[in-house]
Design a protein around this ligand. Structure first.
Ligand SMILES: [Zn+2]
Length: 248
């Protein structure tokens, strides 16, 4: 993905409006291009400022009831869906303050596990695009400085070959709005992607395991970094891997 094309698609990227493959290539360009990264950060800062600073006007109960009674009774649109705000007819909603309040409420209801969806997608694409690593080597003393030189962070990088989790290499990635280190391991035939990026929250947090689309995901915070391990290995094996990294 070249620079001009990426630049044009940055707003769509920030809004998660791009398809998975395009998103992958955009993310790869952004991770390497300071100019696109800076522009994306401005867009994201603007969006989040709008979300947090715009006043929310609550609809008076009478108006809320009128809107509710105007909606089709058989199939009320679920409030959690983003398309909700496009689902109203002009007659019910046109220009009312209630419309503003509802739109904001729905915009705020981003699923809390958007980051999990993002890392699972990154994990899948890292294997699909035949670009698992930028620096393919099992030498931790090569991978770690390579990543540190390109990202302002120094994650745990260690070859756990004796424990059955050999280091395969490292890669620059872009996860949920953060430039991230992707440290790649194998467990038998399975790939484990370990993402690390700067935490917004500096406190440590114990590992939390969840599953999505057949993949296991474990995330935790340590030393100012958020770590997310993703793989299709069994949860117990992924947790054993996480314990190695934690003690590494
Ligand atoms: Zn660029």
């Amino acid at each position: 993905m070249n620079h001009d094309r990426t630049k044009r698609l940055l707003p769509a990227y920030a809004d998660r409006q791009t398809g998975p493959v395009r998103r992958f290539f955009l993310g790869r360009h952004i991770a390497r291009c300071p100019s696109c990264l800076a522009e994306l950060e401005v867009i994201q800062a603007m969006r989040s400022a709008l979300r947090t600073n715009l006043p929310v006007h609550r609809a008076p109960p009478a108006l809320a009831m009128r809107i509710a009674s105007a909606l089709p009774r058989e199939a009320p649109p679920p409030a959690s869906r983003r398309s909700f705000r496009f689902g109203f007819t002009g007659a019910a909603m046109a220009g009312s303050l209630a419309g503003v309040a509802l739109t904001l409420a729905v915009t705020r209801a981003t699923p809390p596990d958007a980051m999990v969806a993002d890392v699972v997608a990154d994990h899948v694409r890292s294997m699909m695009a035949d670009h698992l690593t930028d620096i393919p080597t099992s030498d931790q003393h090569t991978v770690k400085p390579w990543l540190s030189a390109r990202l302002d962070l120094s994650p745990v990088v260690k070859d756990f070959v004796a424990e059955g989790y050999p280091l395969v290499g490292g890669r620059l990635d872009y996860v949920d709005g953060h430039r991230a280190a992707a440290i790649v391991y194998r467990r038998d035939k399975h790939v484990i992607n370990l993402f690390a990026f700067l935490s917004g929250d500096a406190t440590d947090a114990a590992p939390r395991q969840e599953s999505r689309d057949g993949f296991n995901v474990v995330r935790w915070r340590a030393g100012g970094l958020t770590y997310v391990a993703v793989s299709d290995v069994e949860a117990s094996q992924l947790l054993a891997f996480v314990r190695l990294v934690e003690n590494g």
